[in-house]
Design a protein around this ligand. Structure first.
Ligand code: CP3
Length: 354
């Protein structure tokens, strides 16, 4: 035998995993499943590791990133790992003064609301985030056949944190800039787009098998405004990643009216929350895309019979799509019983694909 690649049988290659195959709309032995925020406070082993370690310190420590990313893979047997980090990590890495406050989320010291403030947003280089490449390489070794999903925040969602200075219900300042100062808005979005492309490429080039763009808060925008103020930037991101040969996933919350536009932006897979049934979502997204979702995370707080019947419904409707990756419609809630997630994973794996 000669080089490593020839030694491994095809089935240990993450690029041949059920998850990557479903993203590519190829036949699968079972519906693949992973959960947004699968690594996190629902797991006692996560809470133990994070004891006394600030979130952003954990995100810059390769050993912790690897171990926390592995925890839900070992416990639940999910079909993909997601890199443990946060959407604001690349912004912190290029020098934006921000922190992640427990129970609150990202908080930015000097909100960006003027042309002068844009100077803080320069493109990202691999040397800005050495711990990311190191952790991805460590994870790829440890995961073997299980694919690793790299991710980044999308420009709109990042812009909201930067402009508001923290989490926001209505994104007032963000929309004020979008509507009132469109040139400034597009300049900001362009810079965030460059950062996002750079950060996703760093993860893919280090070995991630798929990339997810989180535009969690973009559901706040009307379709015409999405087309004018957001789509040019998200389209540029997916086009810039097309040569990488890894599936690209595009996710947002409350995007029922935007699903067609999210498909247009160019991802291979569109994430859907629980507000639109998957068969209807697949119609709105259009052909040539797989779907990901879409159990309401709060369903996991109900008795097993309820979880099972809702999961069955999502799996049956998911068959209407060209490919289906089972997931929640948004992140795992911290109060979720991890046993319910393990049982749900087994149920999805046993459910016939057609
Ligand atoms: O398992 C995974 O999904 C990977 C880890 C992950 C985290 N954040 C870890 C985290 C991912 C993919 C993210 C992305 C992220 N961060 C998004 C997009 C996904 C989404 O939920 O819509 C957003 C909007 C953020 C911003 C953010 N960071 C919020 C809203 C919070 C929660 C604040 C809180 O404490 O409730 C964070 C902090 C954060 N990111 C935690 C984790 C595990 C909690 C911090 C902790 O455990 O102390």
């Amino acid at each position: 035998r000669t080089a490593g690649a020839a030694w491994h049988p095809v089935r240990v290659n993450p690029a041949e995993s059920p998850f990557v195959r479903a993203c590519r709309r190829l036949p699968v032995p079972h519906t693949p499943v992973w959960y947004m925020r699968q690594a996190g406070r629902s797991l006692p082993e996560y809470r133990a590791l994070r004891e006394g370690v600030p979130m952003l310190t954990a995100c810059a420590t390769p050993d912790l990133i690897v171990e926390i990313t592995m925890q839900p893979v070992r416990r639940h047997g999910v079909d993909a790992a997601i890199f443990f980090s946060d959407i604001v990590v690349p912004l912190k890495a290029i020098g934006v003064d921000l922190d992640i406050k427990p129970g609150v989320g990202p908080v930015v010291a000097d909100p960006i609301r003027s042309t002068d403030a844009l100077g803080a947003l320069r493109p990202i280089e691999p040397d800005d985030v050495p711990y990311v490449g190191e952790a991805v390489r460590g994870l790829v070794k440890e995961l073997g056949p299980v694919p690793l999903i790299g991710f980044a925040g999308a420009p709109f969602t990042l812009a909201s944190y930067l402009i508001e200075g923290g989490p926001s219900k209505n994104h007032d300042h963000t929309k004020a800039m979008m509507y009132g100062e469109p040139a400034l808005w597009h300049d900001l979005m362009d810079r965030l787009t460059d950062i996002t492309i750079g950060y996703l490429r760093i993860q893919a080039e280090a070995g991630a098998s798929a990339l997810q763009l989180f535009d969690s808060w973009v559901g706040a925008v009307a379709p015409d405004d999405y087309r004018a103020f957001v789509l040019p930037h998200t389209s540029r991101i997916f086009a810039a990643l097309a040569d990488l040969d890894v599936p690209r996933i595009h996710f947002g919350v409350g995007t029922g009216e935007l699903l067609g536009l999210l498909g247009e932006a160019g991802a291979d897979v569109v994430g859907v929350d629980w507000r639109v049934p998957l068969d209807r979502a697949a119609e709105r997204i259009g052909p040539g895309r797989a779907v990901q979702g879409n159990l309401d995370p709060a369903v996991l707080l109900a008795p097993w019979e309820v979880i099972e019947s809702r999961a069955r419904d999502a799996l049956e409707r998911g068959r209407a799509a060209e490919g289906h990756v089972f997931n929640l419609g948004h992140g795992v809630l911290p109060s979720t019983d991890p046993g319910a997630l393990t049982r749900l994973t087994e149920f999805v794996h046993a459910f016939p694909v057609s």
